[in-house]
Design a protein around this ligand. Sequence first.
Ligand code: ADP
Length: 397
Amino acid sequence: MTRAIACLNAGSSSIKFALFILAADGPRHAAAGKLEGIGVSPRLVARDISGAILIDRAWDHGADLTHEVLLRDIFEWAGAHLEGREIVGLGHRVVHGGGRFSAAVRLDDQVLTTLETFSPLAPLHQPHNLAAIRAIQALAPDLPQVACFDTAFHHDMPESATRLALPRALHDEGIRRYGFHGLSYEYIARRLGEIDPDLATGRVIAAHLGNGASLCAMRGGKSLDTTMGFTALDGLVMGTRCGSIDPGVVLYLLSQRGMRPDEVERLLYAESGLLGVSGLSSDMRALHQSDDPRAAEAIDLFTWRAAREVGALIASLGGLDGLVFTAGIGENDPLVRAMICERLAWMGLVLDPEANQRNAPLISAPASKVAVRVIPTDEESMIAIHTVNTLGLNNQR
Ligand code: ADP
């Protein structure tokens, strides 16, 4: 039997999963899949490492199927297609580890109970992450499970980057800045160490631009500051999230507009960002395709705010040696990258337009004072590495 581990990233409308073989040099990617359209029309597609489709299944009348039911179906399908591989551990992406968890942790009932107390801090993500853990516990009670946190990479940020200017007692209660997208940033830091070790020791800003979007200021591969804070609402303009806004807006909506807290939550998390400004779509590709001026305005706001936050993080870092783009937009969208970089030309940052157009690994011109790179992120690999290390699987034969 070849030993393998599985990774799960359970979100509100999708469940992503991956299978890694335990090889002598660490976990090796073997297959990956995604179940999308939960609550509407679920569809599961999985591929092996060569890209060949292993399953492509849609559920008839699937709108009522819960995460738990669909997860059971994926689990059963995977169990029947392991082909001589035995799953010895399962790692989950868990958005919030609070101030408590500075590293991945093996899950038990006590840890799970603590993680549930963080659900109000990440209402869109944490409940789904934890529901998946409970569902797997029920399906395979003896399978060791590990939680890998999006907050952990930022755990050792300088004190000033964690503090909100609120009364101290609130900070001590946990109302502070945590930062997110940590698995992505940790992967980028490791990968940069492999492909550009000099730059990896320097002052780098990584821009994770996907449906969720944030920036991380890193020095020597460690997080020093980041744009998301207490929740994953803070910072940049996102697909449907507002990013930083004057907190007075929230007070106004509650007191003057008479909105309920759950209505404000929906507005800020699900109806704002690119979707709210354009009135059209949260999807960057759809906005590029539209000739509606509101689409152009949303893209312009997205890029201006990203460049403005890069400026803020440059102050945290005391300068900048490299900028790394990653995630759906960061990896694939030359126009957005160019619009952000144009606003940073004042600091001697110069793009190579041809390299940028083809999403090349290095997209800055030779004369640029700042190296600009595109690095595809791989959060699943990071989950696999943490799972192996947490369960001590690398030491076993
Ligand atoms: P998530 O945060 O859900 O993991 P992704 O990292 O997959 O999101 O990013 C989704 C975003 O990436 C969407 O706005 C999508 O339009 C955008 N995107 C994906 N591919 C491209 C592309 N080729 N050009 C422009 N944008 C793209």
